[in-house]
Design a protein around this ligand. Structure first.
Ligand SMILES: Cc1cc2nc3c(=O)[nH]c(=O)nc-3n(C[C@H](O)[C@H](O)[C@H](O)COP(=O)(O)O)c2cc1C
Length: 164
């Protein structure tokens, strides 16, 4: 079984999730950050996992573009989708904006991996937005973004259970 994980990550949380899924998958698993690496040929892969992180309600543009430009090919593969975000309660809303309906229907798994605010690595604008988000969350008594490792495990288990 060969799997490729296609993703974008701005400050590394999504990338850490991707490495964790790859470790848990049976067979060969590779991954590529299409925001800064060359998009590979994916004919040889049985499984394609696609995901990214949410910024101001949106997934990275390159993920959206990749999905729409490769729709026909993606519909012939076993597909799983995931998002990293600070507000997992909005997952259903985000996932519908992030991925085309055809892919959402085709996917064997759609998971939310939660999020992390890695302020040490952030540019000034993102640091300021993060500060505002934290204040708003405090006011509403909400906790800071948290990883959801159980959903990473779940996605890997779903893929492994569908083995040919
Ligand atoms: C500037 C900024 C905007 C964000 N906007 C949202 C948002 O609209 N909704 C949400 O749920 N999380 C939001 N987040 C949280 C990120 O999705 C979360 O930190 C995620 O783990 C980032 O992953 P990455 O490090 O792989 O890019 C935002 C974070 C930053 C820094």
């Amino acid at each position: 079984m060969k799997t490729i994980i296609i993703y974008c990550s701005k400050y590394g949380y999504t990338e850490a999730c991707v490495k964790s899924i790859a470790d848990k998958l049976d067979g060969d698993a590779s991954f590529v950050n299409i925001c800064n690496e060359k998009i590979p040929h994916i004919d040889e892969f049985d499984n394609i996992i696609i995901g990214g992180s949410i910024y101001m309600g949106q997934i990275q543009k390159k993920i959206k573009l990749y999905c729409s430009e490769n729709m026909e090919m993606l519909l012939t593969k076993r597909l799983a989708l995931f998002l990293c975000c600070g507000l997992p309660e909005n997952f259903m809303k985000y996932v519908k904006t992030a991925f085309p309906e055809e892919l959402l229907t085709k996917a064997v798994a759609k998971e939310c991996f939660g999020g992390e605010l890695r302020t040490g690595k952030m540019n000034l604008t993102d640091k300021m937005i993060t500060g505002l988000m934290k204040k708003a969350a405090d006011k509403e008594g909400k906790s800071e973004p948290m990883p959801i490792p159980g959903n990473i495990k779940k996605l890997a288990e779903i893929i492994n259970s569908q083995r040919k």
